[in-house]
Design a protein around this ligand. Sequence first.
Ligand code: NAD
Length: 490
Amino acid sequence: MTNATSTSFRTQAFIDGAFRDAQSGETFVSENPASGRPITSVACGDTADIDLAVKAARRAFEDGRWSRRSPTSRKTILLRFADLIEANSEELATLDALEGGKPITDCRDIDLPDTIKTVRWYAEAIDKVFDAVAPTGPDALGLIIREPIGVVGAVVPWNFPILMAAWKIAPALASGNSMVVKPSRLTSLSAIRLAELASAAGVPDGVLNVVPGTGAGAGQALGRHMDVDKVTFTGSTEVGREFLHYAAESNLKEVTLELGGKSPSLVLAGPPDLAIVAEQVLFAALVNQGENCSSGSRLIVHRSVHEELVERLAAGLAEWPVGDPMDPATRIGPMIERPHLDKVMGYIARGRAEGARVVTGGEQVLESSGGYFVAPTIFDGVTNSMSIARDEIFGPVLSTIPFDDEAEGIRLANETSYGLAASIYTTDLDAAFRVSRALRAGVIGVNAYSEGDITTPFGGYKQSGFGGRDKGLEAFDQYTEKKTIWVTLR
Ligand code: NAD
């Protein structure tokens, strides 16, 4: 397994245009989950460092060095930022693969291209969106304009480190805000490098600050800071709730939450070619080793095709090799850390104990590597009352639930506290639209697993989300205030 201790990394906080150690001098160890070995030590920011970063962001916002530039000028710099990400994409992909245990092929071919596209798209959009004029009579002019919200805190997870950061940074900076980004303790390196590249592209000092640290330390400090205007959070539903407490107990900052999921792949009677369905269902369940908020972790399948589909899924696992994330052939890397491996294995044990049948997988593999690998696991005979059907496992574990008629399929699909995404498989056009409407989820893929692209909003119903959407022009709503200017005409 790859161990990159010899490579040099940027490991300090980036505050007000400069790299800094944590004021406490504390660091934490970043570990390679494919080997269990340390990669490097990273500055462990806490309340004092967050405060320094917020003050720098506030100064930058108030003096207008970024917030009062024309959108076209911000666009030019953000396009340069995208070019620099592209020029350094091999390095950035490697950082996420090393720290996150993500297959290098996915980092190179999915995460980095999507990150670059995200930054370019918001850069290009910002000088093409118009504000509104109210439908007044001749005695008034009513302008409804957007303004940047101010200092934005972004707290992001470890499963798509650079891409989740980019989903926040690109629209927030394009809109003219200043930011403090707190990456996950498990994957800080690509976000730190992003800040350095933004600075090299011409983003002024203080506008994009990155403070690595723990959730309870730096994350909480950002959530509770009295001078942060907005927090945009992606992570677990449990921690998302905490941010609502932090806002209520501090300055009522605005909060957007992108949270967990338990998304269904719903295969109706009369599906398309089962070979394609099997390929897509496996992709939905296994991409990013199942550590994916919109993972299609429940297969809800019409009984007429249930057996054949499960057989095809088991056979299809040959296309999903588990191994060293740095090997280009690997499609499933390790779980992010030992406690997460234990959690996933705990769910597999509970699934068995609750009476579900393991079709394939179900065990830890490649233990001699020192890494945290789990064999892709398919359960059959699952019911919605089992914990493996209810809880977000966040690993390569698929739960199969058969049904008999469409209404039952919809009921089973919706019987969850989450509502992030869903896929429907059918050749019946009416059923495709009817069921798309009936499912309580933010993103529906028809005849393929898909989250849409950068043009479409992403976010969840129910306990999968709150207070706004990432992606699409809708993301600008997160990062702007609306102001009415009413001019009385005489
Ligand atoms: P997490 O909630 O544990 O951590 C997310 C971030 O919050 C990290 O930066 C972490 O340091 C910080 N944090 C943790 N505890 C905190 C606390 N008490 N106060 C303040 N900050 C705290 O989530 P994770 O394990 O990093 O990521 C996995 C979760 O993210 C899954 O539930 C997944 O579904 C979700 N996710 C959602 C989306 C989406 O767009 N809906 C995308 C990716 C991941």
